[in-house]
Design a protein around this ligand. Sequence first.
Ligand SMILES: [Zn+2]
Length: 482
Amino acid sequence: MREWSWIKIVCALALLLMAVAPARADKIVLKNGRKILAYNVVEVGDKIQYETAAGQLTIPKSIVDHIEKGGLMPIAESPAAAAENLNIAPPEVEATAVTAEIDQAVVHDGAIDRAYIAGLESEARGGEASANERAGLAHHAAAQFELARGDLEHALSDEQTALKYQPEQATFLMSTAYVHLRRSEFKQSLDYLERAKRVAPKNADVYKLAGWAYSGMNRPEQAVVEWKKALELRRDADTLAALEKAKRDKQEEENYKENESAHFQLKYNGAAAPALAREVLRTLEGHYEQIESQLNYSPPEPIGVILYTQQGFADITRAPGWVGALNDGRIRVPVQGLSGVDPELSRVLRHELTHSFIQQKTRGRAPTWLQEGMAQWMEGKRSDENAAVLIQVCDAGQAAPLGRLEGSWMGLSGDVARYSYAWSLANVEYIVETQGMGDIERILDRLAAGSETEAAVKEVLRDDYGELMKSTEEYLKKNYGR
Ligand SMILES: [Zn+2]
């Protein structure tokens, strides 16, 4: 009956992508480093024409550096990942002759000109308004460049410096809020958005971002209020979709009871026994402590958990019937028919909780193979049962390149998905068993700082993907081969 089989735990990632709007988009990379996520990008004369949720737009070809086709979307629809997908989320300074000049002077030859910024800062020491404005714009331009490269830490620091020069600049406030959102720092994000509301009460983006922040804090009712307000100010497909999902959550959860522990906010509907809810929390706290010490990381935000009856789970997640549990920023687990936490449920909770840790630790930047490999490792799965098949596949030269397992697994058939899980576990198992969990921790830290996965793997293990796969194959043969 309640068979939490392995394939059923083909949990979050494939499904989550169904909730994210289109799975593929092009990335327009501007010469100043800014990136625009867009659809149907075409060249028309000396212009580039593209579509976003805001409609069809064009920009001059002269400011475009290059276009990346069909970039993969982030793996999971956590609020942070969803924020990354907001087509117009990082608000733009209204382009003027001054901003264009400063953009160009701040970022050139693929780098930030700090000497130029220092020059503007010393001019601003006189306290003249226009000099302050220029210094602020320069730091904002630097922040946008860093943001486009995934360097959230420096982007945040530059954006905050920009605000020192112009504390009431709505764009700087929203951009700072956006970077906090990308870092899963929801409360800080809201602080800046409150300030932005005071100076730009009619800007739809402020409310749109506030909705994501509340959603990240597991407060769908407040997210609904913000997104409704955003839609009053401007119709926007992203916001509309987010609102619909939050409304479904809110409606379902209205009759739910709440329970809290040190690190979790649990909701469950009346049909689930309060004793079960308490036991789930106890189990989660136990897992939390262990994962925390293994990854040497404590998620800054409480983790939301929802226990569903089977029907509620299907209605809300719109997930196919075979799905066991999923993690879309909150851990969602169907528990119908359970009166206590059995070993299977405990494993599922541990698997999903690992996703939450990695999601928060890497700020949503972990590739699918690493997420699923780690989640399986943490739940206690090892490669023994699949080693023989994996070795055969390797011998046939058919091992899937890890680069192909970074993005969505949504299009994979059941068998291929099963293989992808096994192969991901094998690679993670090799790293943990031979190099230690410390190396995983270092890889995750580099991802959080903005590295691409293969670069992070190479820096830590000194192996590229090809070498890692070869080592994994040898590890399997040595440990499981006959
Ligand atoms: Zn998983």
